[in-house]
Design a protein. Structure first.
Length: 100
């Protein structure tokens, strides 16, 4: 029966990264380097460009800097929550769902 102790070493195969391989073919005169098919190209998709929704103009930035420090903190927190997908409520006295 095999036992595992603190001195037991396990070997884990690490997948190697695929490198662009080329082959050299010789024709009359000079050698040519040809890339193998499938090595070149991009896999997966590309994320869309980010478009800012707040602080897009110098006027918006000037509005934020004109506020006092506490109001700036609350506005920046609201912007961070909005960026993370959380909707900020202006009127928190009304419940969202009907209480039963």
């Amino acid at each position: 029966m095999a036992s595992i102790t603190a001195n037991t070493k396990h070997k884990i195969a690490v997948p190697s990264t695929k490198k662009k391989t080329t082959t050299t073919t010789t024709t009359i005169g000079k050698p040519k380097t040809v890339a193998k098919k499938g090595a070149a190209g991009r896999r997966g998709s590309v994320a869309p460009l980010l478009k800012p929704s707040t602080l897009t103009t110098p006027e918006k930035i000037a509005e934020l800097t004109a506020l006092n420090q506490e109001e700036q903190k609350s506005r920046v927190k609201d912007m961070c929550r909005l960026a993370m997908g959380e909707q900020t409520l202006v009127d928190k006295s009304k419940p969202h769902a009907a209480s039963t």
